[in-house]
Design a protein around this ligand. Structure first.
Ligand code: XIL
Length: 385
């Protein structure tokens, strides 16, 4: 007796379920979040962007993020303070630290489940005026004391909160500089004061950073350091020397500031492989691809396509080397890119000023998607996200 009723009810339930599904389907589809770089990145890689905390994150409201901030949160899982941890900003006067910008980056990252790459401790550029002035009369001992105090304070403040640190940045000159590829014992005030044995100072910078945060992965970092060339040969020799000395050096970063004016050295993967063979991690730390623009300020179709190829070539090299831990773009939108302020070039990032995704963005998204664990050589088969 109950059968027909049950059947009818079942039919009714089925019918209403179908109706509900039919009604829900478009909405559910619309609600399904679009893939982002972050959602497609293999578990053993971080996808990052530089961000200037002092300019773009100060006083951020997690419940009411700006469009820029919400893209930063949804597209990336690693943030590099673009300027906030440089001497000029974080240590503007002797004995005076200003952590406001750096704190904003770390707090934003933590609020959004992201990690932070520290940048940078020993560099010839963006040093505070007081450093430049004082260094004129420094002995090596004085330079060492100042650097040790700085590294201990800054790395110590964020201990446990920073997964990778660019300890030494751009410490080699270029081939075209006076004297060719050699340690920057003139432009870098610390290396200058310790020019008799700059390698000892570099090694100690890593030791001080390691003592302040034993968990952080400590990097050498430079531009024009993608392919195998005289500069990366010098880094390779230095890395061997430091490692032989027991220095806690853990990584080598290629900044990845490319310009379409120049060719692209496809030996980046081979270069990464040789550093990885030393037991080091590698990373693309500051990727952007700038180009000379026409009078209208616009790139050509060819330039747009070539930019996507170059971004993708750097990412592919990183994906293909298991030791590559992070791929970071140096800002993601043209409005905030450092390029137009420094070079007569532009269009260097993966999104336009209005956050429109460029083919470069699509190329990165596609390669990350293809490398998803299970398909990627980076991760053992069967490892799920
Ligand atoms: C740049 C910043 O993006 C600019 O805002 C700043 O005015 C100059 O420095 N290599 C590096 C980065 O290691 O720190 C530089 O960042 C770009 C080149």
């Amino acid at each position: 007796m109950s059968r027909p009723t049950t059947t009818k009810r079942a039919a009714a339930v089925t019918a209403s379920a179908v109706t509900a599904l039919a009604l829900l389907a478009p909405a559910a589809q619309a609600a399904r979040p679009e893939p982002t770089l972050r959602s497609q990145t293999p578990v053993d890689l971080k996808i990052g962007s530089a961000v200037w905390g002092q300019r773009d994150l100060l006083g951020f409201d997690q419940k009411n993020l700006t469009e820029f901030q919400s893209i930063l949160a949804s597209e990336f899982d690693s943030l590099t303070p673009e300027n906030d941890m440089k001497w000029q900003e974080i240590h503007p006067e002797e004995g005076v630290y200003d952590f406001s910008g750096a704190d904003a980056v770390v707090e934003f990252a933590q609020a959004n489940g992201q990690e932070v790459r520290g940048h940078t401790l020993l560099w010839h550029s963006q040093n505070a005026d007081w450093v430049v002035e004082a260094s004129a009369t420094w002995t090596c001992e004085e330079a060492r004391d100042v650097l040790e105090e700085h590294i201990t304070t800054v790395v110590g403040r964020y201990a446990g909160e920073i997964y990778e640190w660019d300890v030494a940045n751009e410490i080699f000159q270029d081939e075209w500089d006076n004297g060719g590829v050699r340690l920057r014992t003139e432009a870098n005030p610390f290396l200058k004061a310790c020019a008799e044995d700059p390698v000892a100072l570099i090694g100690d910078a890593f030791r001080w950073a390691h003592a302040a945060d034993p968990e952080a992965v400590l990097f050498l970092n430079d531009y024009n350091a993608e392919g195998i060339n005289t500069k990366t040969d010098a880094y390779y020799a230095l890395a061997q020397e430091l490692l032989a000395d027991g220095v806690p050096l853990h990584g080598f970063g290629a900044q990845g500031h490319l310009s379409l004016q120049y060719g692209f050295d496809t030996s980046i993967q081979a270069n990464f492989e040789r550093f990885a063979a030393l037991g080091l991690k590698v990373a693309v730390t500051e990727a952007d691809v700038r180009m000379p623009l026409g009078e209208d300020g616009e790139p050509t179709e060819e330039q747009i396509a070539l930019q996507a190829e170059r971004f993708d070539a750097m990412l592919e090299a990183c994906l293909n080397v298991a030791a590559c831990t992070s791929f970071t773009v140096w800002g993601f939108d043209d409005a905030r890119s450092w390029v137009p302020g420094v070079f007569p070039e532009g269009y260097a990032t993966i999104m336009t000023e209005d956050f429109e995704k460029k083919p470069s963005y699509d190329a990165l998204l596609e390669s990350l998607t293809d490398a998803t664990p299970g398909k990627s050589p980076r991760t053992p088969p069967g490892l799920n996200r």
